[in-house]
Design a protein around this ligand. Sequence first.
Ligand code: NAP
Length: 552
Amino acid sequence: MSDIQRCDAVVIGAGFAGMYALHRLRDDLGLRVRVFERGTDVGGTWYWNRYPGARCDVESMYYSYSFSAELEQEWEWSELYPAQPEILAYANHVADRFDLRADIAFETSVESAEFDEGALEWIVRTDRGETVAARFLITAVGCLSASRIPPFPGLDSFAGEIYHTGEWPHEGVDFSGKRVAVVGTGSSGLQVIPKIAEQAEHLTVFQRTPAFSLPARNRPLGAQEVAEFKADYPARRAAARMAPSGVPGIPPVGSALSVTDEQREQLLTERWNRGGTSFMRVFNDTVVNLDANEFSAEFVRERIRDIVDDPATADKLIPRGYPIGAKRICLDTDYWVTFNRDNVDLVSVRDTPIEEITAAGLRVGDTEYAVDVIVFATGYDAMTGPLNAIDIRGADGVALRETWAAGPRTYLGIATAGFPNLFMLTAPGSPSVLVNVIISIEQHVDWVADTLTHMRENGYSRIEAVLDAQDRWVEHVNEAASRTLFLQGNSWYLGANVPGKPRVFMPYVGGAGPYRKICDEVAADGYRGFTLSAANPESATSGRAVDVPAGN
Ligand code: NAP
């Protein structure tokens, strides 16, 4: 093992999580940090997802770092919901401002990471032949970064162009005069479809499951509202950190079953007209009670019937058979109205799937749809995909992907038993994808930074989750999910979009604020559920066994 570089921590990924981890550990803790990033620059999700229409559906004033008052005051967001180019510009601004690129190796993928128990070091190897030894390994690989094109027979035979929304070419795609297919109608599909329809000669949308979507009602931000927001930023950030969704909102009015039909209709109409996902939080039981859920679901179905001119097309677009919110709710701009255009067709592949890709296009049953371009908006091997892509081996040489063969198991969604000194940011078992993920990222990174500080101050050099604590956390995560309607949709939250993937509800539904409290309590209680030890066992004492909170 010649040419091994040494540092204190290796961070995998230079998206929003990796960037903040580098800043905190290097600039606040004074650690030597090395970051590996497979892209040519920073930004993670927002580096890769350059498809037309890509936009975040968390409001920009909240979908941004809160760790620097100067940064949040100086940066100007132009719209209520930030578009991909603006978020990427922001990521670049942060990288410049905090001199992050100096410690990031771009166009470099980590292939393996193996824990050396003797040296208490992770040995990290990259596809460029680099080997780095570091006391700590921090994965910041993202939850939705392993993009996935289903293995349709004949894929390689297609004579035209193929794109995936999550790996969009930097130079963009010109659809003018082309016949285009979009496969997939999740959040990405719903954003890209209206944009392609405006440009393409003809667009055919291949839909397996119709989505529930809410109008974004995006708009420019006014100077006055931005000034007011910035003046009040500390209080609003504090509220965001403790809010279940990571964004402060209007409190629910109560149960959907406790109001009259007229009141319910009025409340839902108000939120629909306001735009955004707060429609899902008008009532406190929309995602936990099927009867309550049905009111919101039917409200959306009615809007589809209102908007789409052709009743047969409207009927195909109407989501049925699963609760609204059980699959990730979408926000759109002009999605359903796009199906009123003469150059757009909808093909349902629910009962008759896409059987093969031919040289000329896509074959569904006996019909071949000839196209010049296929855009796959078919999603990701979510949450576990990016971690399992790396050969991560723990204390006894066991691979993480083998340990997680029946589904991911973590303690607090950040650590896993058998893998000492490994911190996984926004991993399965954390709220991450269910909340404002920037809030989740900052909370995880700050918690890791505090943990490393605690270890340094107390002479610890090894930390590992206790199996029993992990088992109880997994149980708690499952039990919390079972009290919701989330288990009733075939979502990527459950791994249902990847054939053969274990059906496990991966994120923690307890909410950002309550989860933060649990993590803080664990730390305050001497890192309950972790074993802490020193390289020299005599210089420090061991950690305590766990008592995971029973509910949220
Ligand atoms: P997705 O939600 O997983 O949607 C994938 C789509 O492809 C689904 O409609 C799926 O149908 C379809 N599909 C998959 N395999 C197929 C097959 N073999 N044949 C036909 N259709 C197939 O992926 P996504 O739209 O990229 O979104 C992923 C997540 O990224 C979102 O849920 C969200 O968290 C995030 N995102 C956020 C934003 C935003 O903030 N606005 C935008 C984009 C993405 P089924 O439903 O039947 O599986």
